[in-house]
Design a protein around this ligand. Structure first.
Ligand code: GLC
Ligand code: CA
Length: 540
């Protein structure tokens, strides 16, 4: 329950990310929708979250599941109506839960009115809303590649020009150097603010100021100028959560994006940690020893303390499920899900929980025919074309593919996991018979209640929001342990992120205190059990 009037309320908040297509279907068409979300507010309130980030629900042909918007001001009929959106905003707010919308400002759908106009001719006023280069059909302006494979340039014979797209051809990039484009976007954002939303997540926002001729996408020369203007013209001073997705952010840039003076965003999604186990491309795995992960997290914790604000996440709709990735989705699924939760939620920043994470939902290694994600489908083809075998390509997709996270929310052990009475747009994970919300709610030892407790602790102990960070035993390759100190309190978090018992001595200052949270009952002396996590807090 958030107090939206409190300054910087988002520093104590926990956000829950909803993938609307896969959360709850209300009308049997196999696609999650707004009335479905509304019907689950009790559940979300019970978990204790303060805000819901909804992945895009705007009108869209769904080439990239809503990240290709054809009308920013309309709700896609598949998700519901504008009235239903207003109801959701109102009813969530009445429970102290804010709604965050997903703003995709880097590109539109090729079906957006602006792009349709732009195709009419070089003289059309909307032509300059997008990025064009003259050329001949066989020779694109340069060799830039698009995010989901293929060239970043698509030829339009009628115009004798190429348009630029960082993602799919159905997602033409907007030309942010055109002030009219920026003003249109700002007006749209002000419209949503007037509807009473609690904030925004800003899709690939560090890629808006691109320069395709220089092959620059992230962190273009005018980026900060544009982002500060965006802030001034819209949410600046409005005390909303604004979180900028920035794959290209290093610490210095993250400090700018989340500057405490509120001149850009309240916080940043940065991805350094989430790329440590890959080499070059996400499809190439490399080992990630625990000390490497700890070093990175520690550097970000100290690097932003007092001069920026991070978001904390293991999962989202683009990443594989964390228990399958860095936990154990077999025999130790529940314990590893809890341990990963404790490690993350003890840190400084605003935690994000991706739907189903609180149940310990796992990856879904489906055959190609059951996959729906444009990125995975294109990547499969590119890997095969590059000479990889079917088995190699499928292994990469099973490890990193985005559909892992996008399978329907598992509510019950029953048909289609209680997600839909129809045919789900993406197969339900067969393990819903074991992993589901109904079972979790009935089991006091479930992953759900660990999350519930972590959310509640963040609200009652100011050290979570304010404390600084000290990493303990940095070289230990099983134990992730740290202290946080501030606001008259000291927190100790220790987790064994391995399936073997680990030596761990409780620091002397904590001797004799009992844990605020222990995932496997009374902690043993001098050691942590496999995937065990503990959290202590003392007054100082
Ligand atoms: C972001 C989104 C992703 C989308 C891409 C293009 O990375 O999270 O789902 O495909 O932007 O909009
Ligand atoms: Ca539906």
């Amino acid at each position: 329950m958030a107090d939206f009037t409190k300054k910087d309320w988002w520093k104590e908040a926990v956000v829950y990310q909803i993938y609307p297509k896969s959360f709850q279907d209300s009308n049997g068409d196999g696609i999650g929708d707004l009335p479905g979300i509304l019907s689950r507010l009790d559940y979300l309130q019970k978990l204790g979250v303060d805000a819901l980030w909804l992945c895009p629900v705007f009108a869209s042909p769904q080439a990239d599941n809503g990240y290709d918007i054809s009308d920013y001001q309309a709700i896609d009929p598949m998700f519901g109506t504008m009235e239903e959106m207003r109801t959701l905003i109102r009813q969530a707010k009445a429970r102290g839960i804010g709604i965050l919308l997903d703003l995709v400002l880097n590109h539109t759908s090729d079906q957006h009115r602006w792009f349709r106009q732009a195709l009419q001719g070089r003289d059309n006023p909307y032509h300059d809303y997008y990025i064009w280069r003259d050329g001949t059909p066989d020779i694109p302006p340069n060799g830039m590649r698009a995010g989901f494979g293929g060239s970043a340039w698509t030829w339009v014979p009628e115009l004798g020009q190429y348009y630029f797209h960082q993602f799919a051809p159905q997602q033409p990039d907007l030309n942010w150097d055109n002030p009219k484009v920026r003003q249109e976007l700002y007006a749209m954002i002000r419209g949503w603010m007037a509807e009473g939303v609690a904030g925004f997540r800003l899709d690939v926002i560090d890629q808006v100021a691109k320069d395709p001729d220089l092959q620059v996408t992230a962190n273009g020369p005018r980026l900060m100028e544009y982002l500060r203007e965006l802030n001034r013209e819209t949410f600046g001073g409005a005390n909303l959560i604004t979180v900028g997705e920035a794959w290209g952010a290093d610490l210095a840039r993250a400090r700018q994006y989340s500057a405490p003076d509120g001149s850009v965003f309240s916080m940043v999604f940065q991805f350094e940690q989430m790329m440590l186990d890959q080499a070059g491309s996400k499809w190439n795995a490399r080992p990630m020893p625990l000390p490497v992960l700890k070093e990175s997290i520690a550097r970000w914790q100290t690097g932003l303390h007092g001069c920026g604000w991070n978001s904390l996440f293991w999962n989202n709709h683009d990443l594989p499920r964390i228990v399958s990735r860095w936990g154990d989705d077999g025999a130790c699924r529940v314990d590893s899900a809890k341990a990963l939760a404790v490690v993350l939620h003890g840190l400084q920043g605003t935690p994000y929980i991706y739907q189903g994470e609180e149940l310990g939902m796992t990856n879904a290694p489906y055959p190609l025919a059951d996959l729906r994600d444009i990125e995975s489908l294109n990547a499969y083809q590119e890997m095969r074309d590059a000479g990889k075998t079917d088995a190699e390509a499928m292994a990469a997709i099973h490890r990193m593919g985005r559909d892992n996270a996008r399978t329907p929310m598992q509510w019950t052990a029953g048909g289609n996991a209680g997600f839909t009475t129809g045919t789900p747009w993406l197969r339900v994970n067969p393990n819903h018979t074991e992993i589901n919300a109904e079972a979790a709610l009935a089991d006091p030892d479930s992953v759900f209640y660990t999350y519930q407790k972590l959310i509640a602790l963040r609200k009652c102990c100011p050290v979570f929001a304010e404390g600084d960070f000290t990493l303990l035993c940095p070289q230990d390759d099983q134990v992730f342990a740290y202290t946080r100190t501030g606001a008259g309190q000291q927190l100790l978090v220790a987790a064994n992120l391995s399936g073997r018992p680990a030596a761990f001595a409780l620091p002397r200052d904590f001797a004799g205190t009992s844990p605020l949270l222990a995932t496997q009952g009374q902690p043993a002396d001098g050691m942590l059990r496999p995937w065990e996590a503990v959290l202590y807090c003392r007054q100082i």
